[in-house]
Write a protein that binds this ligand. Structure first.
Ligand code: BYC
Length: 319
């Protein structure tokens, strides 16, 4: 007799997703659903943690106390986002140690954008406006995803990212409206360097996105890479141009028929080089994470020793 149970379970699972129910950690799920979620959530967690580095480098050089406090709060938020996401991935049966091992060994991916250098203070502002802005666009979609722990982490993260977006945009608006010529030039230079890497954050074109079909079938992603990128472009380009800035794209045009902005070709060779570990800052980012991991070893050992001591004293006292 043919065992029809797996097909039946799959059907029930897909019906739950179609009804908009969340899948929770103890629920039955296809192995491929679990694998895709671990892949995506762990990459996302690594992105948050590695993403602290480009902006963190500017904390000692912030132009005044207010900016320094805002930036410190933002970078700490990113650490918190990493925590929520590592926890969410752990609910799927992978340990934090396995995820960190993969990152430090260079086997794990994290967002391409964090392999570019922050050369000037305005880069911090652009990360807030455009990089967090792109992340919010993607994460607002993921807040609707079918896996409960990931979806709930996204709701909280998006609320904090909105503050990140606003503080970045506030800086750019201020420099462009009341700043010196040098500040305006610094802002334009930052846009020239961050524009294309920021568009790459959304991932390859839909036709070159092997994971999208299964992610969309099971409600992990509900919108495609190109769809989100296009919506982001349509929303942000008018805002950037209104400040007198130039988008570094000679092919940029507004299509009156579709009422959308059309961009020139994205350099996907550069994108894949960065994703494969050959970007301008990949080696430096991993070295910084490795150092942080090594420096934190004594804390992990102390916590483990304390937990062991508490457990053995409870056992000894019979409690
Ligand atoms: N960078 O089939 P595809 C933040 C990989 S941090 C690197 O389209 P998928 C912040 C992809 O992994 C928040 N790799 O993949 C923090 C796949 O390789 P594998 C960052 C990329 O998953 C600090 C292959 O290319 N946001 O906001 O359907 C300071 C084929 O792609 C990238 C997230 O992490 C990339 N950009 O879609 C400031 C969002 N794009 O795994 C801010 C969560 C693609 O098959 N992730 N690849 O070997 C996602 O939403 C999706 O994974 C992606 C890609 C849209 C990124």
């Amino acid at each position: 007799m043919i065992d029809s149970a797996p097909e039946k379970k799959l059907q029930e699972f897909e019906e739950r997703i179609a009804r908009g129910e969340k899948i929770e950690p103890g629920d039955w799920m296809p192995d491929e659903y679990r694998r895709q979620l671990i892949r995506m959530i762990s990459q996302h967690a690594h992105s948050e943690v590695v993403g602290m580095l480009p902006e963190g480098a500017w904390i000692p050089h912030a132009p005044n106390l207010r900016r320094k406090m805002v930036l410190m709060a933002k970078v700490q938020d990113e650490a918190g986002h990493g925590q929520y996401l590592y926890h969410a991935a752990e609910t799927l049966g992978i340990s934090r140690e396995e995820m960190l091992d993969a990152l430090l060994a260079g086997r794990a991916k994290y967002s391409s954008i964090f392999n570019y250098p922050t050369l000037a203070w305005a880069d911090v502002a652009w990360i807030g406006w455009l990089v967090d802005g792109a992340a919010i666009k993607n994460q607002t979609m993921l807040a609707q995803c079918s896996y409960g722990p990931y979806s709930r982490a996204m709701v909280r993260i998006c609320a904090e990212e909105t503050f990140h977006y606003k503080q970045g945009k506030e800086m750019i608006v201020k420099y462009m409206t009341t700043g010196s010529d040098a500040q305006k030039a610094m802002v334009q230079d930052g846009l020239n360097r961050w524009w294309w890497p920021m568009l790459m954050m959304f991932g390859p074109h839909d036709s070159d996105s092997p994971n999208s079909p299964v992610l969309m079938r099971w409600g992990i992603k509900t919108r495609s890479n190109d769809d989100l990128r296009q919506e982001f472009i349509n929303e942000e380009i008018p805002e950037v141009l209104a400040l007198g800035l130039t988008i570094p794209d000679p092919d940029l045009l507004f299509d009156e028929t579709s009422k959308t902005w059309q961009i020139g070709p994205i350099n996907w060779d550069e994108f894949w080089q960065v994703v494969r570990g050959n970007g301008p800052m990949n080696a430096e980012r991993l070295a910084a994470r490795q150092k942080a991991h090594d420096d934190g070893r004594w804390v992990r050992e102390a916590v483990a020793a304390y937990a062991e001591k508490v457990a053995s004293s409870k056992y000894a006292s019979g409690k």
